[in-house]
Ligand binder design. Sequence first.
Ligand code: SF4
Ligand code: SF4
Length: 129
Amino acid sequence: MKDCNQCGKCCIKYGGGDLSASKEEIDQWEIFQPNLFQYVKNYEIWFDPETGSKFERCPFLEIVAKTDVLAPIKYTCSIYLNRPEDCRHYPSLISEMIKDECEMIGIKDIAKPKQAKMMLDLLMKDSRS
Ligand code: SF4
Ligand code: SF4
């Protein structure tokens, strides 16, 4: 199991229509994070505050400026510290990582999924707390 390399596949796949935030999170945003709350409509995320249309891609996903032209593209989250719980918990299952082609997973992890899950849970401890 490797550290996340910011390939962005998960955010690209789920950051549009498949992402959700809990009622509690949204209620907190309404009070403390109006910059996020403006992207919420009827307790769903993410909607364009100007047009009211649902984004097909997360509006907070950004490309990291490259220092080496040959390096692969890396992504970052512009609301990282306030990202939804859904985002903080991903990835949580080895099967999901395989399906999503998450780049944290290696051949050894596929061969030993129970061990891989334990390593994943350790790696994700801070993100999920
Ligand atoms: S909020 Fe951040 S972590 Fe979540 S999908 Fe968007 S860019 Fe990714
Ligand atoms: S798909 Fe996996 S490696 Fe890529 S950004 Fe998401 S968690 Fe990180």
